[in-house]
Design a protein around this ligand. Sequence first.
Ligand SMILES: [Zn+2]
Ligand SMILES: [Zn+2]
Length: 180
Amino acid sequence: MRSQYTQKDVMNGDGYFYLDGYIMKHEDRDTVMLNDVIQTMSRRYTCLRPPGATGTSLVTTDGLVVYGDVRPPQGSPTCKELYTCEIENGHCVRTIHGEVRAVLNAAKLGLCTEGATVYTVLKPCYQCTKVLIAAGITKIVYAGVSYDEQRTNDILANAPHEIKLVRLDMKLDYGQGGLK
Ligand SMILES: [Zn+2]
Ligand SMILES: [Zn+2]
């Protein structure tokens, strides 16, 4: 994560704050929310497959936040418990990806996903992008890219509503721990 602001800005006006040693402005909400999901998921991921800790948060138009952990469905053993992933075509298919889990968690709580923003560690894969379009997500903010397929960009371009894709330059903390 980088910041364009300096100590001089802080001296000259309000609206600045410190985050992990960087000076941020309150308007930098996307940076704060993405940093939050990177930090949170570095402690919660269960998949062994590199790049490791990924995950998602979904923020409704009312500002309510739900997380989407990368985990198998409830009751099934995780990759860490089994000491192996279930790889098909370069994806671990044992887990539900964070983006899908966030939409499902919103559904479980009865939260509207129409117009919501998704903060996700990595650019969503093809499967997750389909779900996000169908759920009415209008903004996707991410830090890294692992899956970058033309078909993903094509379906985003085909979406009936505009979806803003924002990539922020953030330090990824894949963590050493996470949950079992
Ligand atoms: Zn896995
Ligand atoms: Zn995915």
